[in-house]
Design a protein around this ligand. Structure first.
Ligand code: S3P
Length: 433
């Protein structure tokens, strides 16, 4: 396990282009693997998770080539995955395990999906339910991985998602793409819609209609996909760490190029604005349905404000909540986070670990089953941080450390590589001391 020492900073300044979005990289990697032809992907995520997806696609018969120009070519299996010779190793990646289960369930082979210790603790019943309604034969161990799928023909279902989860939605859409009949899915809380854009980009028909305040998606089965050329937008969830760092210094100035600004992810920018960040968005373009823009942020002149985060907003910025919580003590009025129970079943129990590490840095707070109440106006001190081998916890507390008194040691800092291997190098460049 590696430890990173983070020294306090005087301010935070510079410009950066971020590696490709993790969520989009997973989807493009998977759909390229089942499509016909060779897909070329620029700015694919450098995180370990999307590379777990690529390794699984290779085991299923796709050919992956890392080109000299740093693009990745994926030659797909034209709709026919092969029987892998060993278990599909999803590593630390819940996205890989859940979305891939939907993609492979109709193929006439036996698949075993495995993962690391953290992934083995995460709930998988949520995908078994809809997929088994479609006719998939899936075995779990007490609701968890390892997962065994005895693939075979699937039929369409009408599914109401009980929890807001883009991974569950994607598993159903990917299975529906290959089922008999038209599968529909209704979600009452709108989750990230990268799968919808990606499916259309690869040539699939997919309809979206409003069903009261909910969204209904319908996907006809038996569709074939065609390869694409695509550039993956910079990861807004990686950007979140540096946007929060910029909030901590009134004279900070950060420019992030070509960041993904998909509206189902970009409520983070509204939160940064509510906390007092002065944001400008420049040069917005659209690629395969995904918005990409340049973001400039300057820190709040009178220190970051506080806010309440709850309801749908908690679901929409679920991955960014750890870093928002980690800087909450430095705000003027504190931050309350509720309706975020899902944080307990991420790569770690993120509510418990944020509470533990904030307390280690000297903060007062209240932990709730579904969130945290963190008063403002608290000065944190350097401490030893337990990342719990969770990438977002390691990075969140490296940001909190920038305004602490004294040095902070992040134990298990290597976990950052799951989504953002370059994080500590960029942090060092942007932090002015
Ligand atoms: C993701 C969806 C979210 C998110 C995860 C990535 C995706 O998970 O937390 O990091 O790419 O679809 P859930 O679907 O479990 O909410």
């Amino acid at each position: 396990m590696s430890t990173q020492t983070i020294r306090p900073a005087r301010t935070f300044q510079g410009s950066l282009t971020l590696p490709g979005d993790k969520s989009i990289s997973h989807r493009y990697g998977m759909l390229a693997g089942i499509a016909e032809g060779t897909t070329r992907l620029s700015n694919f995520s450098t995180g370990a998770d999307p590379h777990s997806t690529l390794a699984c696609m290779q085991a299923l018969g796709a050919t992956i080539v890392h080109n000299a120009d740093r693009t990745i070519s994926v030659t797909g299996t034209a709709g026919a995955f092969q029987q892998p010779s060993s278990p599909l190793d999803c590593g630390n990646s819940g996205s890989t395990m859940r979305m891939l289960s939907g993609l492979i369930a109709s193929h006439p082979h036996t698949f075993t999906l495995i993962g690391d210790h953290s992934l083995t603790l995460r709930p998988m019943e949520r995908i078994r339910k809809p997929l088994s309604q479609m006719g998939a034969k899936m075995d779990l161990v007490d609701g968890h991985a390892p997962i065994t799928i005895h693939g075979g023909p699937l039929h369409a279902i009408d599914f109401d998602t009980p929890i807001p989860s883009a991974q569950v939605k994607t598993a159903v859409l990917f299975a529906g793409l290959q089922a008999e009949g038209t599968t529909s899915l209704t979600e009452s809380v709108r989750t990230r819609d990268h799968s919808e854009h990606a499916l259309r980009a690869f040539g699939a028909i997919l309809n979206r209609t409003a069903a009261g305040s909910a969204t209904k998606l319908s996907i006809p089965g038996g569709q074939k996909l065609k390869a694409i050329d695509a550039t993956i937008p910079g990861d807004i969830s990686s950007a979140a760490f540096f946007l929060c760092a910029a909030l901590l210094f009134p004279d900070s100035n950060l420019i992030l190029d070509a960041v993904g600004m998909n509206p189902t992810r970009a409520s983070l920018l509204d939160v940064i604005t509510s906390l007092g960040g002065r944001i400008k968005v420049l040069n917005v373009e659209e690629h395969h349905g995904e918005l990409i823009g340049t973001i400039q942020v300057n820190g709040p002149v009178n220190g970051p404000r506080g806010m309440h985060i709850g309801g749908e907003l908690s679901a929409q910025i679920i991955d960014e909540l750890p870093v928002i919580a980690a800087i909450a003590p430095y705000t003027n009025d504190g931050i309350t986070i509720r309706d975020a129970r899902e944080l307990r079943v991420k790569e770690s129990d993120r509510i418990a670990l944020v509470a533990k590490n904030l307390r280690a840095m000297g903060a007062q707070l209240t932990e709730h089953e579904d969130g945290l109440e963190i008063p403002g106006n608290q000065q944190l001190h350097g401490a030893t941080i337990d990342s719990g081998t969770d990438h977002r916890i390691a990075m969140a507390f490296a940001i909190a450390a920038l305004r602490a008194t004294g040095d902070t040691e992040i134990e298990g800092a290597e976990a950052a590589a799951i989504s953002f291997p370059e994080f500590f190098t960029h942090l060092e460049t942007l932090s002015q001391r």
